[in-house]
Design a protein around this ligand. Structure first.
Ligand code: 5GP
Length: 194
């Protein structure tokens, strides 16, 4: 997606050969116009899949997931990372190792919001080693729902997550695919035919 790639080139900061900082438009400050375009793009790509729910992870997945939900006209559920006094329902839970925080979190979703009739689109901001996506997939499986695909804003294609998920036969749509962050430079995966 050209708009997202341009934003990454202009406002992203390479912190190391494996970490990209996008606090200026996704992870701290949010660009709502960009999020709207992202939502429309995912809605176009996944229209016709009969999506009934979008599942993401708090907090950075919420903005793009909400915009996608708006364009697909379906509810958005975000898995919670912290137990809360109000989250006292029956829960689906999964353990997720965080790439950026270098710690494990239990994520949880109430039984009230996903069931076996649902066709779920998982969304997240980054795809690195795939731990967050696998944790969300585990929740979809516990609910007996169908996974229709995974939408990712920024896939670091030099890490193993995308290949692992695609090898399982899962449709993964990434709006920007990064081939390398070496030498402080963002190199995107060349598009076939570009
Ligand atoms: P994974 O679970 O695929 O290893 O990593 C994905 C999760 O880690 C995302 O939810 C995202 O929050 C975080 N993440 C992974 N790599 C990066 C990165 O380069 N930059 C930022 N800002 N977050 C990342």
């Amino acid at each position: 997606m050209e708009l997202l790639e341009r934003k990454i080139r202009e406002e992203g900061r390479v912190l190391s050969a494996s970490v990209l900082k996008v606090d200026a438009f996704i992870n701290h400050q949010i660009d709502p116009v960009l999020m709207d375009s992202i939502g429309r793009e995912f809605a176009d790509r996944f229209s016709g899949e009969g999506i009934t729910k979008i599942l993401t992870l708090e907090s950075s997945g919420i903005a793009p997931a909400q915009m996608t939900g708006l364009h697909l006209q379906v509810p958005v559920i975000f898995a919670r990372k912290r137990r809360s006094l109000t989250l006292n329902d029956q829960l689906y839970t999964s353990e997720v190792y965080s790439f950026t925080k270098e710690q494990s979190n239990e994520i949880a979703v109430s039984h009230d919001f996903i069931n076996a009739d649902d066709h779920v689109l998982i969304l997240d901001d980054f795809l690195a080693n795939g731990q967050a996506a696998l944790g969300l997939l585990h929740i979809v499986e516990q609910a007996g729902a169908s996974l229709e695909g995974i939408g990712i804003l920024i896939e670091k294609a030099f890490q193993e997550g995308g290949e692992g998920l695609r090898n399982r036969g899962i449709r993964v749509e990434s709006l920007a695919r990064i081939a390398s962050l070496e030498n402080g430079r963002v190199q995107f995966v060349e598009k076939v035919g570009a």
